[in-house]
Design a protein. Structure first.
Ligand code: PLP
Length: 377
């Protein structure tokens, strides 16, 4: 089956004895055990497992073409589970422009627990190779990166990690939140783990917080991740899992709209006199375009651009929109934008003239008219 069909039909039969076409929400925290000690689907207690969570995990595992998946209460809880699955003294290589919350988690929490990390520019393979040490266990990739839209060659990094793996394997993780599996399938390219903030395109309507990890193998690392999911306890509610499965049914069609609209907006921005630079991997002028073309089927709904002038001018422009909402986050049906460095804070390498836009599913001409208006004097 193709992606669109799998998105609509996967996971419905799990924990659904009445064969409802749309499975019910199972709010129960406890599941009855038979007199002979058996229980259906190995369910006991909702933190350890719930029908709605199992349904969503099967769905995202299938769409990312993995062998195991674990859902979390946020993207950052999923990211944190990966790092907690490593040991004190283990070393990771992570992008210098990694999602700001993940950077803070590494520097302010995980380093105190003995993790070692190098933050580097991930577009440079030699730089990555130079930083691999005997203790390196994980290479973290975010492509396109947030908000600089840098492109990392997933296949090349996965090969590098395999070539340097000894008795201790070096895992590659791809944060696939921005492209979604509609546009990019990291496990097919040789990555070991995929991370999602399902708060973004999977949820798609700016009303669910969630995260997930999908693994190429049901291996020892994933056992450890599952332990942290269940015993760390950062699990999503049955209601949120049900909502996520519902939203995922339309993911492919929403992404097609985001892709199409963003390509038009990127083109508009590129030809605008107030814009100094546009970062969108679909543009031929983007330094990562060739690699993006190789590993992505389309380029997503996120664009960053630099304004001619200073930070005040960028803030003024964002302040003038009437349709595009001034808000952080991304991936909703509505267009949002922000002066990014204002919400990233300390340690950010984002230029202060950068505006980040999440191009929504309104009529594209309405989005373009609002942009045109906001960028006028
Ligand atoms: C939002 C985001 C996260 C964090 O996810 P939350 O659901 O907000 O915890 C991680 N990575 C990327 C790329 C994101 O955009």
């Amino acid at each position: 089956m193709r992606f669109e069909t799998k998105a609509i039909h996967t996971g419905l039969d799990i924990g659904n004895p009445s064969k409802a076409v749309i499975p019910p929400i199972s709010p129960s925290t406890i599941f009855e055990i038979d007199a002979d000690g058996r229980n259906v689907n190995d369910l006991h207690y909702t933190r350890l497992g719930n029908p709605n969570r199992l349904q969503f995990e099967k769905l995202i595992e299938t769409l990312e073409e993995g062998k195991a998946a674990a859902a979390f209460s946020s993207g950052i809880a999923a990211a944190s589970a990966v790092l907690q699955a490593l040991k004190p003294g283990d070393h990771i290589i992570i992008p210098e422009d990694v999602y700001a919350g993940n950077r803070k988690m590494v520097t302010d929490i995980m380093l105190r627990w003995g993790l070692k990390a190098d933050f580097i520019k991930m577009t440079d393979l030699n730089r990555i190779e130079e930083h691999i040490k005997p203790e390196t266990r994980l290479i973290w990739i975010e492509t396109p990166s947030n908000p600089m839209m840098r492109i990392t060659d997933i296949e090349a990094v996965a090969e590098l990690a395999k070539a340097h793996s000894g008795s201790q394997k070096i895992f590659t993780l791809v944060d696939n939140t921005w492209p979604s599996p509609v546009n990019q399938l990291p496990l097919r390219l040789g990555a070991d783990l995929v991370l999602h903030s399902t708060s973004k395109y999977f949820g798609g309507h700016s009303d669910i917080l969630g995260g997930a990890l999908v693994s190429a193998e049901d291996d020892d690392l994933f056992d450890q991740i599952r332990l942290i999911q269940k015993i760390g306890g950062a699990v999503p509610s049955p209601q949120d899992c049900w909502m996520l499965s519902r939203s995922t049914r339309t993911l492919a069609y929403r992404m097609k709209g985001h892709n199409e609209h963003a390509a038009k907006v990127a083109d508009f921005l590129q030809n605008h006199s107030k814009v100094a630079d546009v970062y969108y991997p679909g543009l031929e002028s983007h330094p990562g375009h060739e690699i993006a073309e190789k590993q992505m089927s389309a380029y997503g709904g996120m664009i960053s651009f630099l304004i001619e002038g200073d930070a005040h001018e960028a803030i003024r422009i964002v302040g003038r929109s009437k349709l595009i909402k001034r808000a952080t986050s991304l991936g909703g049906v509505e267009s949002t934008w922000e002066h990014r460095v204002s919400s990233e804070g300390e340690g950010s390498i984002t230029p202060d003239t950068l505006i980040r836009i999440s191009v929504g599913l309104e009529h594209v001409d309405d989005i373009l008219e609002d942009l045109d208006h906001a960028m006028k004097e």
